[in-house]
Design a protein around this ligand. Sequence first.
Ligand code: IMP
Length: 435
Amino acid sequence: MVNTLIIVGGQWGDEGKGKIVDYLTEKADLIVRYAGGNNAGHTVVVGDQTYKFHLIPSGIIHKDKLNIIGNGTVIDPDVLVKEIEDLEKMGYNIDDTKLMLSSSAHTILQKHKDEDNPETNANSKKIGTTGRGIGPCYKDKIVRTGLRIGEYTHSGTRAAKKLNPLVRDTYIIINDALKKQKKVLFEGAQATLLDIDHGTYPFVTSSNPTAGGALTGSGVGPTNIDSVIGIFKAYITRVGGGPFATELGTEQETKNEESILDLKKELSEEAMSRLKRKNIKRANEGNEYSQGRLLRIQGYEYGTTTGRPRRTGWFDVVAARYAVAINGLSSMVMTKLDVLQNLKEINVCVAYEIDGKKVVNFPLDIKKLAKARPIYETLPGWDEAISKVKSFNDLPKNARRYVERLEELCESPISIVSVGPKRSQTMVLDNSTLF
Ligand code: IMP
């Protein structure tokens, strides 16, 4: 039986973790966010309501759950107060029965945000950071000049007063829940390939979003963990800079593209669908940029936090097998399978070619990774819309084949397939690694 479950992003983030966390939260008693800060962005759709969170675990919308922002995180007090007040406006009563902050999480201060401004800091620009002060705050934590939330909330500012009643030594609450066999969900932000140790350094975030980070970021031991689930899109995206072997089109082409918000302002629905049709046609003629753009349009691949168009590419098995290994995944979850609709053929990267040699293990040397050319296996696509399909066996044959082939290639079972943002668009294939 699974009582404790860690959820990690398997790729470069934005895999749809929020929705899967929300789905599994129904059965959880306690939800712990363990790393990162408001560089993350979760969109959760429940019924007709869309919720956007940056810091608060998405479990907050379930009224009877306790959510903890763990010691591994960095908290911008103003942002957190705004999220709490927005929820209060929607009728949620946020007190310490719903939300607790670890006293040893670190505080993002104005100086951290000033330092992380991509317009004035060349390194933030190169990495493509979210500019939220994440890196400088973790830097202060590591050199031991940081300010912990437990201390900050005694500073007497408006935000400090609002947050003070929520601060606890949260390891006690979490370990107590474990002793009582409560269901505890550890919610990762960012993702494996953005991990400060295991990601594509230096194009990474400043924390450990991988499974190990769930332990240090919350104060529990490895013997307490029953299952680790990795979330993967049926393709792959990346925001910010850095190598990307299966990228479709170039980073610059994506950057040049209008953000969808501008597009929507300027284009009617009909013009939008014409744009989609044009890209479907070109994608199926083999135009790589159009293939990437189609994934962007159909997958709505524009940043929740920054609005930036995301770079898109084919599923990368080399990187996925790496994520399976370093997180010790019990199973994978595949999201956004519906986005692959309209493609005659779908590529999957099964190995890299680097300096004329075939490479099957993800290289850690960034220079090697930058030279990696994808070796593809091509699978047949499907035209049917699948976002209303409720059971795996009712998917088009080629969609089923795609999922099964990825299970084989990644050497990991796939426990859930998701075909849309709503809870109802979630198919559980095997629940033995889930709550
Ligand atoms: P930082 O976390 O703001 O320092 O940004 C470092 C890198 O991580 C940049 O490439 C960001 O775009 C990326 N990043 C940070 N948070 C997320 C996320 O939630 N999703 C995807 N990328 C992220």
